[in-house]
Design a protein around this ligand. Structure first.
Ligand SMILES: [Zn+2]
Length: 327
């Protein structure tokens, strides 16, 4: 049976890869009508719930609890994000994070005095958020969560959408929880950036947990189908990226999503990355990236030694943030 595209509903697709990034079997298709990349077959709700409550963190991060070094890295990233968009988060009211992970982002917001709440499918990570930072984080999947309509002024949906089996349905649910003037932050990996990064050691860009691989275009198309439109105030900062703030807008019709030119561009980028994979320039770029990553890891190992608990890392990050936070 042909797979139907979750965005434009076209059944015209082409297999672009049959391996994941570790070389294991994984079929990835590109929709020839809109350029969405998706795994085939798409896992069912039951399969996803089982994977995320039991296997995901252990398989992906190798641990049931966040490692101290990852905590430091996530706090640094969260501080970076808040410094970039202080006007959006300052005094923003009720905040929900879907996929709260280790709780770093919510902890910083709670320290800023905001009313925060989170859901996280992995029970041990949710318990970590509650025990370490006293955050209101429930062990729950998006599919199982229920909130009254228009409950939240801000929602953060960070590196989660690519893991779900129906992006438009998921976004419709979330849009319903947003207040009329609320904002939703979505961020997903950018498959176009990955294709350009020319990693010679990697045979494939695809990850078994990432059911959908978005481009800046397909992310905005998914949001448009769910009645979400990009926030004009941050549009310039987020141009050409697979992250943006969205607000309630008009629902786009599916016919508006088709763009075979975009689909061709995505295919060319991925095929180009494959062809470039043996080139010396690609190897040099990959070597430099690996070197930078090693330096970052060493810095994290060194920096985290100063702290005796995750809470202490969080307090330090909060003081750094506060020094530049608008009053
Ligand atoms: Zn499509």
């Amino acid at each position: 049976m042909p797979s139907e595209c979750a965005l434009c509903r076209s059944d015209k697709s082409k297999i672009i890869s049959q391996r994941d990034r570790r070389g294991r079997p994984l079929t990835t298709k590109v929709c020839l009508s809109c350029g969405l990349l998706f795994s085939s077959p798409i896992p069912t709700d039951e399969e996803l719930v089982h994977y995320y409550t039991k296997n995901y963190r252990l398989e992906y991060k190798g641990a049931r609890q966040p490692a101290r070094r990852n905590i430091l890295r996530n706090f640094r990233r969260a501080v970076g994000h808040l410094r970039q968009y202080p006007e959006i988060w300052k005094g923003s009211g009720r905040v929900l994070e879907i996929g709260a992970g280790g709780g770093e982002f919510l902890f910083l917001l709670s320290q800023l005095g905001l009313e925060v709440q989170g859901i996280e499918p992995d029970p041990s990570y949710a318990a970590f958020c509650r025990n370490e930072y006293q955050l209101n984080v429930e062990a729950q999947s998006l599919q199982a969560a229920h909130f009254p309509p228009r409950s939240f002024n801000r929602i953060r949906f960070h590196h989660v959408l690519e893991h779900l089996n129906d992006p438009v349905k998921s976004l419709c649910r979330i849009a319903n929880w947003l207040t009329d003037d609320g904002l939703l932050w979505i961020e997903v990996p950018n498959i176009e950036h990955m294709a350009q990064s020319k990693k010679p050691l990697r045979r494939s860009h695809f990850h078994v947990a990432h059911i959908f691989n978005f481009t800046p275009y397909t992310l905005r198309a998914a949001a448009g189908l769910a009645g979400l439109t990009e926030c004009p105030e941050t549009k310039t900062l987020c141009r050409g990226q697979t992250y943006a703030f969205f607000q309630i807008g008009n629902k786009q019709p599916r016919s508006a999503i088709e763009d075979s030119e975009h689909a061709n561009k995505v295919m060319r980028a991925l095929e180009g990355a494959h062809l470039a994979s043996g080139r010396l320039a690609g190897q040099r770029a990959a070597g430099m990236k690996l070197f930078k990553k090693m330096l970052q890891t060493l810095d994290e190992i060194w920096s985290v030694r100063k702290f005796d608990s995750p809470y202490a890392v969080g307090q330090h990050a909060f003081h750094e943030l506060k020094s530049s936070w608008p009053l």
